[in-house]
Design a protein around this ligand. Structure first.
Ligand SMILES: [Zn+2]
Length: 248
């Protein structure tokens, strides 16, 4: 195994990978936090053949970069999920684990040197694979019912300033019409269509069900981090509309 990235890398091979089923395609980057206290614990888990999980890369708190799986291989980081109709995200993505204990660990800040490495790595992957901005995603974007990483404390705006990912300034939180859990009807349908239009995997049913709520939360974690409440308010929907407009 040789490093794929021009960013200085320590090779730390994991046995947990398979063949990319549709050949050499990587058209998305998925960002994760490890949810563990130390990088040693994360490396152990990502290389444990019993755990059957891995990622292509791990970035430790000091900004050190480890490559565990060659980019040409399919790492096992996404699990069940969906984005823009694609239900096998492992097959089309490159996974980056970022050392941070996450929500359960009190959501400490990501050190600048760690984020600098994440940015350099993403820029490098984007340039080599041609990943478009709106396919640099969080795990929670593709698996909103199961996952909350890397979440609303991850510095998405800092990445976007460096040209990594899709971002518009969040629309301010203000009073106005809103849809939330239990609502039904054509208004809810219109809201669901917008989220589906951007890429989220949901049924446009007209019922503001648990699935819809978890997708709205996932969206807020990534794009409107000031308030993660699962309610489709004016700020959430205007931010989403601006992203859809910027996607075209
Ligand atoms: Zn994850």
């Amino acid at each position: 195994m040789t490093p794929d990235s021009a960013v200085p890398t320590t090779l730390y091979p994991s046995p947990n990978h398979g063949e990319r089923k549709r050949g050499l395609t990587a058209n998305a980057i998925l960002l994760h936090y490890t949810g563990l206290a130390t990088s040693e614990a994360a490396l152990r888990q990502l290389c444990d053949p019993v755990a059957e999980v891995s990622s292509h890369y791990l970035v430790d708190k000091a900004g050190g970069l480890y490559q565990l799986v060659p980019e040409t291989r399919r790492a096992w980081h996404a699990g069940q999920g969906c984005w823009a109709g694609e239900t096998d995200m492992n097959d089309v993505s490159i996974g980056i684990e970022i050392c941070n204990p996450g929500h359960k660990g009190g959501s400490p800040d990501y050190p600048p040197e760690q984020i600098a490495t994440v940015i350099a790595l993403c820029q490098d992957i984007i340039s080599r694979w041609g990943v478009v901005p709106h396919r640099v995603l969080g795990h929670s974007d593709v698996s909103p019912h199961r996952k909350i990483d890397p979440g609303e404390f991850f510095p998405w705006a800092t990445l976007a300033e460096a040209g990594v990912g899709h971002y518009v300034p969040p629309h301010p939180i203000e009073d106005g019409p809103r849809h939330g859990p239990g609502d039904e009807g054509s208004g809810v349908k219109a809201v669901q269509s917008l989220f589906a239009d951007y890429g989220y995997g949901l049924n446009v049913s007209g019922a503001y069900d648990e699935e819809t709520e978890s997708i709205v939360r996932a969206f807020q974690r990534h794009f409107r981090p000031a308030l993660v409440d699962g309610v489709a308010d004016v700020s959430t929907l205007e931010t989403l509309r601006a992203l859809i407009a910027a996607q075209r």
